[in-house]
Ligand binder design. Structure first.
Ligand code: SF4
Length: 258
């Protein structure tokens, strides 16, 4: 049962209005599907979910993870949960205490006040510290609601919906996913991570399940971590070499595959 009936969903502030992305070309849709098919073969879809957190906890975890290694953001999340019994206690804690607890993540001095502010914004808009009501919204509505809170962008909203126990069909895009998408020509070289969310989602079938969209994010992310490295991509062992303009331009010959 959703926490709120449909008629009582906490309304998103008016300024938040999500724009529909331009329609993707059939060529790019075909390419996105082919990339998904090949990478799923390499990384063995379906990919197991790595979290089973409630959506508010996943939101905080995602805020901590920005530009931070998974091990460090995981440690900081665990430290918050160990030091305080619930998110209400974190909301009441001092910024300096939170900052000290999450040290090790990138920019703890910015993330500590942001976590407090996001928790307060949720309480103010919902009346309690829970985001379970998002389950009753469409993905677009739920993302719009979350992104109306200052400090929450497309990656964080998509992560809260996809990775949490909500298991909603949203597509997060991290820096690895974004790099592979750019190099393979799914998106242009100047499109930032934020706006790339809508463009990359529009290239994939509307009716894809939460698991399949999660797989798409995970396989592109893993490919960026394990093959399409930031500094020196291993194009010679990449299953996308024949359809990747970056790999082709480098004049690389296919060698052993992963
Ligand atoms: S061919 Fe090279 S640049 Fe293209 S996706 Fe593969 S590793 Fe990345």
């Amino acid at each position: 049962m959703p926490l709120f009936p449909d008629t009582a969903l906490p309304a998103a502030p008016r300024r938040q209005r999500r724009q529909a992305p331009a329609a993707a070309s059939e060529t790019l849709k075909d390419k996105a599907l082919e990339i998904h098919r090949r990478l799923c073969g390499v990384y063995d879809c379906p990919i197991p979910y790595f979290h089973s957190l409630d959506p508010l906890s996943e939101l905080i975890s995602s805020l901590l993870s920005h530009r931070t290694r998974n091990a460090e953001s995981g440690r900081a999340f665990k430290a918050l949960r160990t030091r305080w019994p619930d998110w209400a206690a974190v909301e009441k804690a001092g910024v300096a205490e939170i900052e000290e607890t999450i040290r090790g993540v990138t920019w703890p001095e910015l993330k500590a006040p942001r976590i407090k502010a996001v928790l307060s914004a949720v309480r103010e808009r919902v009346g309690t510290l829970s985001l379970d009501f998002l389950q009753a919204m469409s993905v677009d509505e739920a993302r719009g609601w979350l992104e109306a809170i200052p400090g929450i962008g497309p990656k964080t909203s998509a992560a809260a919906l996809s990775f949490s126990t909500l298991r909603m069909p949203a597509l997060p895009v991290d820096s690895h996913h974004h790099r592979v998408a750019q190099r393979t020509g799914l998106i242009g070289p100047k499109l930032d991570v934020g706006p790339s969310h809508a463009v990359l989602r529009a290239q994939l079938p509307d009716n894809w399940s939460a698991q399949t969209l999660y797989d798409n994010h995970e396989v592109l992310m893993m490919h960026g971590q394990r093959v399409c490295f930031h500094r020196s991509p291993a194009c010679g062992r990449c299953v996308l070499l024949d359809i990747c303009p970056t790999g082709q331009a480098r004049g690389v010959t296919a060698t052993e595959r992963p």
